[in-house]
Ligand binder design. Structure first.
Ligand code: DQA
Length: 143
């Protein structure tokens, strides 16, 4: 099975951006760890990031053709985007929502997620390990 791992705005700055909240690993480090684990799990992964809401919508449309599952960290659009929720509703396979930080311990505007209305599971507060946890779950669901 092929899993598309999609990342929203500002995650291109992972490692430099508020490291006290998001840690020192870069998005390239996360991608490398995901690729390595996916190999062990018998999954193929494609890793993408966009700072634009419509860009994420189009990445979800592309996953409709090419992926059996989506792991998504929609970043700030989690809390605002009906368009991303609607796009995910057009995808038929499992969707797992990942947040590096524990959004529930942060500002109240981070407590609501539109994406959670579609997600089969949500991982928050485990740092970048959350991506690897999501891939393990995908292997269970699709293996
Ligand atoms: C985030 C949490 C969001 O609230 C925030 O806007 C992000 C990253 C996380 O991974 O913890 O950009 O999705």
């Amino acid at each position: 099975p092929t899993i598309h791992i999609l990342n929203g705005p500002n995650l291109n700055l992972l490692g430099k951006r508020q490291p006290e909240v998001y840690g020192h690993e870069t998005l390239a480090d996360v991608e490398a760890a995901c690729t390595a684990l996916a190999g062990e799990l018998g999954l193929t992964t494609a890793f993408h990031q966009s700072n634009h809401e419509g860009g994420i919508v189009e990445l979800i449309h592309a996953a409709r053709e090419a992926a059996q599952g989506i792991v998504i960290n929609p970043a700030a659009y989690t809390h605002t985007s009906v368009a991303i929720l609607d796009a995910l509703h057009t995808f038929e396979g499992p969707v797992i929502e990942v947040h590096i930080s524990n959004v529930h311990r942060r500002e109240s505007f981070r407590h609501h997620s539109y994406v959670s209305l579609r997600a089969d599971g949500v991982i928050a507060g485990f740092g970048t390990d959350g991506y690897l946890m999501a891939l393990r779950r995908m292997a269970r669901l699709l293996g």
